[in-house]
Design a protein around this ligand. Sequence first.
Ligand code: GTP
Ligand code: MG
Length: 180
Amino acid sequence: MSFRRRTLLKVIVLGDSGVGKTSLMNQYVHKRFSQQYKATIGADFVTKELQIDDKIVTLQIWDTAGQERFQSLGIAFYRGADCCVLVYDVNVTRSFETLDNWHEEFLKQANPSDPSSFPFILLGNKIDIDGGNSREVSEKKAAEWCSSKGNIPYYETSAKEDHNVDDAFLHIAKSAMANE
Ligand code: GTP
Ligand code: MG
């Protein structure tokens, strides 16, 4: 039997309250969705094992609180992160406008050795709502933001309808692995 090294990849999910961070993780890991909103307090992680090429990797995905009063994470929390996932709601302009802050804050706290090459991924969530008719942020606008930050990969997702969730997290895992 061939020897397989186990790899633990730390992923941090950030974004405004209510954009669907917890829902995306629940859909990805447990294949569950709930309409009910329950604010995340502090931070918590789930793990998911997956195979990439001939390697088994464990994704340790940290879900964080979007609500300011529930944010109590120290610098130590961000250290050692292999990938940062930024989430916004395509129906809420404000959640898109705060991406700059989340991006900047992450780099400040995590302080990676090479900030310009640190892997981020952007998810534009809730594309299912109103068949896209209540959308406030266009795909083009999101793509422009991504290229202004050094070509961050972008996925449009629906945690509710399980759209693009697996694909996005596979990309996240591969990016995290490349950064290891
Ligand atoms: P905080 O924990 O406060 O930071 O919020 P969060 O980003 O974790 O948001 P959460 O996953 O709790 O989702 C907020 C609300 O949006 C919940 O009522 C979810 O059911 C709903 N929601 C999340 N994702 C989707 C989606 O893709 N489509 C629709 N229609 N609703 C969603
Ligand atoms: Mg949450």
